[in-house]
Design a protein around this ligand. Structure first.
Ligand code: B1M
Length: 211
């Protein structure tokens, strides 16, 4: 692995957002692909922070700084991971469910979908079930996409599924779910339409559902 990717991973772990921005610029100039910078630099660094957080070796302020650096890094990579100027192939309403503030995975899914030429309406974090439906109706969405990172909040996805089933959107909108605690079995149990484990497959599946 190029040394600069290890440096990016380290800077992410240290939460050094401006330095990450500079280092990513340098990696791009060295000809390293955006995908490799994302996977082997930024996400590798976030994995380390995640493990340390789990083991009570990293604490919330440190994790928040790492998250800020991650989002800064994603903003630099965004133009390279997405294509612009094409006609929208479908409309997706995306958000992190009610009670959940984690947005990095959701931002990544959004970015990959932008890259597939889908129009993505991002409702942010802590999104109540009714707000997904409201936005889907207003924007004639093809897909409602829910992200959750907490075992305590993933149940909110079931509320979204049930609200859609009782609304005029039923049959018109597909519901996609994802996030670290979510699985295919959970998706089947709540009656959502599609589960994918990562942002790249989420983008491909969304495109297929719109097609
Ligand atoms: Co939190 N946190 N956190 N956290 N945090 C986790 C999730 C945790 C696993 C850490 C741990 O203890 N091991 C744990 C959850 C345990 C559980 O529920 N079983 C946890 C906890 C407990 C908490 C708090 C409760 C801590 C506290 O306050 N005591 C608190 C909750 C706040 C709240 O939401 N109400 C909290 C807070 C925070 C921060 C604010 C400090 C920060 C979030 C900052 C932010 O997002 N802006 C944070 C972070 C950063 C993490 C970890 C370290 C990293 C999460 C992340 O961004 N990963 C996380 C530990 C870990 O995951 N190892 C942890 C990188 C991201 C790219 O991955 O989001 O999984 P992920 O997305 C993936 C896939 O899941 C998928 O695509 C992405 C990859 O391509 N995906 C989808 C995601 N959404 C999708 C949707 C799709 C399809 C795929 O379709 C719709």
């Amino acid at each position: 692995m190029p040394e600069i990717l290890q440096e990016i991973s380290k800077l992410l772990q240290q939460g050094r957002a401006p330095a990450i921005k500079e280092k990513i610029g340098q990696a791009i100039q060295e000809g390293i692909s955006a995908e490799q910078i994302l996977n082997e630099g930024l996400l590798a660094g976030m994995d380390v922070i995640g493990e340390r957080f789990k083991a009570n070796k990293a604490f919330i302020p440190e994790v928040m700084l790492a998250a800020r650096a991650m989002n800064m890094g994603l903003s630099v990579l965004k133009p390279l991971l997405t294509q612009s100027g094409m006609e929208a192939k479908g409309v997706v309403v995306i958000g992190t469910v009610k009670g959940d503030q984690h947005d990095i995975g959701k931002n990544l899914v959004r970015m990959m979908r932008d890259g597939k030429g889908l129009k993505v309406i991002d409702l942010g974090v802590d999104v109540p079930a009714a707000k997904y439906l409201e936005a889907a109706e207003q924007n004639h969405a093809d897909i409602i996409a829910c992200s959750a990172l907490l075992t305590t909040t993933m149940k909110e996805m079931q509320t979204v599924v049930e609200l859609v089933k009782g609304s005029p959107l039923y049959g018109k909108v597909k519901i996609m779910v994802g996030g670290a605690p979510v699985s295919q079995a959970f998706c089947d149990t709540i009656g959502a339409d599609c589960y994918t484990p990562d942002a790249a497959t989420a983008a491909e599946a969304a495109l297929a559902l719109c097609g």
